[in-house]
Design a binder for this molecule. Structure first.
Ligand code: SF4
Ligand code: SF4
Ligand code: SF4
Length: 419
C-alpha cells in the first residue's frame, strides 16, 4: 500500500456517517444512478479489498467535483477514494475507447487546430457526424465542443519571439536564460494551446506588464483527463514528462504559473496524490506551481503588483470552478479584479457547472451535467450580462452552452484594464 492509499484508507475511519456529503453532492441530487458520496466513497471502500472484484460501478457517475471533500467535517477524502476506485475498474476491465479519446485532449487538439481548423470545426458541429459519434462511441452529440483555433498558442509565441528578436527586443524564451529580469514559466495546457490562444496571450502580457520575462517551456498535457477517466499509468507518463521539463526551472528558483485551474491543480496535487508520486522533483514542481491569480495576489501582497488599471464600467457574473476551490486558496481572481475601478463582479454560489472535465461530454452523463449546472446557468442568465467570467476552460464552455452567454477568463479582463 503506498502513502496516499494509506492516508485514504485511514481517512475512512473518520467517517461519522453524518450524511453532510450526501446532501451536498450535486450529482446525487439530480440522478438516481449515483447513490451518493457516503455510499460510494467510504462505505463501499471498506469492501474494495486487494484481489477482490470491484463491488459496484456506480462510482463512475461521480463527477470528481470534490464538493463532498469540501463539506466533510472529518476530512474523508471521498473524491480521491472514488478516483482510485475508478482506476481499479479500468485496471480490471480496460479503458473504453470513448474515454481513451476524451482522455487525450492533446491529440484531439493537434488533429483539429491549425490551418485545418475550419474543416475540423465544421465536422465537429455537423449534426449527422455528431449523431454517429454518439451512437458509435458514446460522445454526447449536444456536448459543448469549443472551436479549434486556426493557430496554436505555441506557434504564436514563436512568431512573436522572432518578431521581437528582429526588432531588437528580447524574445519569449523556450529555455532557461541568463536574463537579469524576474522570470516565470507559463504552463499553458491544452485548452490555451489548441482552442483559446487569446487566454495565453493575455496572461503573457499581464505578466510582462508586471516586469516578468515569461518562459514558455516545453510541456505536455497535464494528464488530468486521463486521471479522471481512471487511466493512471497513461496519466503518469504525462506527469513524468512535465516534471522532467519543469524541474530545471524550479531548481533555478523560477515559479510556474498557469491559467487553467485544472492543469495547475494537477501539477500541484492531483497527479502526485492520486499516482502516489513523492520524488523531490515532483514535490518541488508541485510546491512552485501557482494559479495565475494566486501568483498576482502574492505580488500584490508584496506591493509589487502593477495596479495602474483603467476603469472598466461593467458588471459581470463570476463562477469559481471546483478545481479552483480544490486549490484551497480562496478566490484570488476576485481579490485582484476588485482593484479595477468601475468593475463590479457578482460571485456565483453554484456548486458546479456540471461538465467536470470530460464528464459532461459522455452521452450517458450529458443530461446529468446540464441538470447539475442549471442553477449556475440561471444565475448567469439572470445577471443580464452579455459575458460571464470563469477560470476554467471546460466550465467556460459549459456556461456558454447552458446559458447562451459568452464567457471569458478573468485574466482577459485584467489585460483589458491595463490597456
Ligand atoms: S460528510 Fe464525511 S463524515 Fe459525513 S458521511 Fe460524508 S464522508 Fe462521512
Ligand atoms: S466528487 Fe462530486 S460527484 Fe463525486 S461524490 Fe463528491 S460531490 Fe458527489
Ligand atoms: S465546477 Fe466547473 S468544470 Fe467543474 S466540474 Fe464544476 S465548474 Fe467544472
Amino acid at each position: 500500500m503506498d502513502l496516499i492509499e494509506l492516508s485514504l484508507e485511514q481517512s475512512l475511519d473518520h467517517c461519522i456517517k453524518c450524511n453532510i456529503c450526501a446532501s451536498a453532492c450535486p450529482v446525487s441530487a439530480v440522478t438516481d444512478k449515483f447513490p451518493g458520496p457516503k455510499y460510494v466513497g467510504p462505505q463501499a471502500q471498506r469492501f474494495r479489498q486487494a484481489g477482490q472484484p470491484t463491488p459496484d460501478e456506480s462510482v463512475d457517475y461521480c463527477s470528481g467535483c470534490r464538493v463532498c471533500n469540501q463539506v466533510c467535517p472529518t476530512g474523508v477524502r471521498i473524491a480521491e477514494l472514488n478516483a482510485r476506485a475508478r482506476a481499479k475498474i479500468v485496471e480490471e476491465k480496460g479503458l473504453p475507447l470513448r474515454n481513451l479519446m476524451l482522455g487525450h485532449s492533446d491529440i484531439i487538439g493537434v488533429l483539429g487546430s491549425g490551418p485545418q481548423a475550419p474543416l475540423a470545426n465544421f465536422a465537429a458541429n455537423f449534426g449527422p457526424a455528431r449523431y454517429v459519434a454518439e451512437k458509435l462511441f458514446g460522445v454526447a452529440r449536444k456536448a459543448p465542443f469549443p472551436p479549434f483555433s486556426t493557430y496554436t498558442f505555441r506557434s504564436w509565441v514563436k512568431r512573436r519571439s522572432r518578431r521581437q528578436a528582429q526588432e531588437g527586443g528580447s524574445p519569449t524564451p523556450a529555455a532557461p536564460t541568463a536574463s537579469a529580469k524576474k522570470q516565470v514559466v507559463f504552463f499553458h495546457g491544452c485548452a490555451t494551446n489548441y482552442y483559446e490562444p487569446h487566454v495565453g496571450k493575455a496572461a503573457i502580457e499581464v505578466l510582462e506588464l508586471n516586469g516578468y520575462e515569461v518562459i514558455v517551456a516545453e510541456q505536455g498535457c497535464c494528464g488530468l483527463p486521463l486521471l479522471s477517466n481512471g487511466a493512471f499509468p497513461d496519466a503518469q507518463k504525462y506527469h513524468d514528462y512535465n516534471v522532467e521539463k519543469l524541474y530545471p526551472y524550479v531548481q533555478k528558483g523560477i515559479p510556474i504559473v498557469g491559467t487553467s485551474t485544472s492543469c495547475t491543480l494537477t501539477l500541484k496535487e492531483e497527479a502526485p496524490e492520486l499516482l502516489g508520486l513523492h520524488s523531490e522533483p515532483v514535490r518541488a514542481v508541485a510546491e512552485n506551481t501557482y494559479d495565475i491569480f494566486e501568483f498576482l495576489r502574492m505580488l500584490h501582497e508584496k506591493g509589487e503588483l502593477n495596479t495602474n488599471f483603467k476603469p472598466i464600467e461593467r458588471s459581470l457574473p463570476y463562477h469559481a470552478p471546483c478545481q479552483l476551490r480544490a486549490h484551497r486558496i480562496g478566490k484570488p481572481a476576485l481579490d485582484i479584479m476588485e482593484l479595477i475601478p468601475g468593475l463590479t463582479i457578482t460571485d456565483s454560489t453554484a456548486a458546479c457547472c456540471g461538465i467536470a472535465g470530460t464528464y459532461g461530454f459522455k452521452q450517458e452523463k450529458y443530461q446529468i451535467g446540464m441538470d447539475v449546472g442549471k442553477p449556475l446557468f440561471d444565475f448567469v442568465r439572470e445577471s443580464g450580462s452579455d459575458e460571464a467570467l470563469c477560470d476554467s476552460e471546460t466550465c467556460r464552455w459549459q456556461i456558454t452552452h447552458g446559458s447562451g452567454v459568452a464567457s471569458k477568463h478573468p485574466i482577459e479582463i485584467l489585460r483589458e484594464a491595463y490597456s
